[in-house]
Design a protein around this ligand. Sequence first.
Ligand code: SF4
Length: 241
Amino acid sequence: MPEVIRSGRPRRSAEYLPKNGYDEKDARRRIGPITLALDRAYPRARTALHHENPFQLLVATILSARCTDEAVNRVTPALFAHYPTAHALAAARPVDIERLIKSTGFFRQKTKALIGCAQAIAGRFRGTVPRRMADLVSLPGVARKTANVVLSVCWARPRSDHGISVDTHVRRVSQRLALTKDDDPDRIEQDLMRLVPQSKWAVFPHQLVQLGRGPCKAQNPQHEQCPVLAWCPTALEARAV
Ligand code: SF4
């Protein structure tokens, strides 16, 4: 059974949920065809963040907060060249990191998180990115979404204990597909973990991200070009109008 997260945050209504709402029994009926259609449409879905090892992916994922993957990929070659290991980044001067990552936005907070995270990895994990969720989320600047990305890409289950990473695309698309009734990322993740087969937990969020960057954009979703149109309550409601 998937782990259960108890979030103390108050429930917010799901912004993109169709009017008929969420019905777990109906979601269970639709999830098989949905995952099949996603496998056919996006068989090679993966992270767009360039990386060569778990440390680089962790750094890139921290940098991707409120920033596009393309913008992160523009700064990481120089960052990784100057600071190839956790030990090297742990000893960096903040001003030097800020200069390298400035274009990704929120660069002071990100610099603090990157150096703090690297110092924790160097000091507590001998310079190696840990493989357990509890260890990863104990690092400065690392929340469950970031940990899920790193664990699922670098050590897919059963080699690690990742769940399903929930970013802004996964949140919006899973609401439109009525696979969750929540707006809180931790609760959305729990809903998805109850529905989606565990063997799909690594690839499923990357497929929803591709869907969200493609036909299911925030504005004017292109239902007719969508591979999961037949199982989408939002599209059915739009047709009925
Ligand atoms: S059918 Fe429309 S609303 Fe549903 S997932 Fe596809 S694009 Fe999004």
